[in-house]
Write a protein that binds this ligand. Structure first.
Ligand code: SF4
Ligand SMILES: [Zn+2]
Length: 296
């Protein structure tokens, strides 16, 4: 079913200003609801297969989008809880470090359409410690690259919640589940903690030049002198082979799938890292696990 064929799932009840679904109101004109987009009167249709609203008079094109947006904002600003997507941190040659999120995140307050600089996210969530998370509700229009650049400049972690696959026969209860409990519709658009961690790691890393030397058999070998893990030895000198050792080394930061001109290496921290709770990982991961607040 295309978006154009979908019915209006929620109406704005005139008696109390709340967004409601058809199960909460009387059938037909007695529903006392208006369209959240054009403010025209709605009728509640309680059909056998689908419950939905329809305009009493002329139709408008933005009713579906507007009604889902209004409902999502109502649910989140009142519930103050959101299950965030899992966090993946990319910075070593094992690919990604994964931090699973299992519980909904509790916020101290959630504001609707608050202005920050020249952007106005759908929701701004504040933690008890004062950190912010922006939430963008996506029904038909994705977040623009321009807005994303502004979000990154502000340095506020942001998720988008993509509701278009779930619009058919959507009830308020189902929408609540999708927003608060479910992880599926959500994506990190930007995670400031991840950016800070990656920057900290890059600052801690040492850069080691890759020197191409010709072996006795005439092969060109990419050597990295002074490997802290002492992967290979020639006389009294320790070195690593960039393509055989560094490429698969957990202490290499952000490797590309080729031999770079210099290796970004955390090997000098090995002893310190081994003392950490998560031996294979960098210390910041322990910090991540310690407190949900550090996710944002
Ligand atoms: S990335 Fe690993 S193998 Fe390469 S020099 Fe550093 S510690 Fe040695
Ligand atoms: Zn309308």
């Amino acid at each position: 079913m295309s978006i154009a064929d979908l019915k209006i799932p929620f109406g704005l009840r005139t008696t109390d200003g709340r967004v409601v679904d058809v199960s909460q109101v009387e059938r037909g004109k007695a529903c006392e609801c208006i369209c959240p987009n054009c403010k025209e009167k709605l009728v509640a249709k309680k059909a056998v297969r689908t419950h939905h609203f329809a305009h009493f008079g002329s139709h408008c094109s933005g009713a579906l989008e507007s009604s889902v947006h209004r409902a999502a904002k109502q649910i989140l600003s009142e519930g103050k809880r959101i299950r965030l997507p899992d966090v993946w941190l990319e910075f070593n040659s094992f690919g990604f470090v994964y931090y699973p999120v299992t519980e909904p995140f509790e916020f101290a307050r959630i504001e609707v359409e608050e202005t920050h600089g020249d952007i106005r996210p759908d929701l701004t969530c504040y933690t008890a410690g004062g950190r912010r998370l922006f939430v963008e509700i996506v029904v038909t229009h994705d977040v623009s690259e321009e807005k994303l650049a502004k979000i990154e400049k502000l340095g506020v972690s942001t998720i988008s919640i993509h509701l278009s696959p779930f619009l058919e026969n959507l009830s308020l209860e189902r929408l609540k589940e999708l927003l608060i409990i479910d992880e599926k519709p959500k994506l990190w658009l930007y995670n400031d903690r991840e950016k800070q961690l990656a920057e900290r790691l890059r600052k801690t890393a040492q850069f080691r030049a890759v020197i191409w030397r010709v072996s006795r058999l005439g092969h060109k070998i990419p050597h990295v002198d002074g490997c802290p893990l002492r992967k290979r030895q020639f006389k009294s000198t320790f070195f690593a082979n960039a393509s055989l050792d560094c490429r698969y080394c957990k202490y290499q930061v952000n490797p590309k799938n080729r031999v770079p001109r210099k290796i970004t290496c955390l090997g000098h921290l090995e002893d310190e890292l081994k003392k950490q709770r998560n031996q294979d990982l960098v210390p910041e991961i322990g910090l991540l696990g310690a407190d949900q607040q550090t996710l944002l």
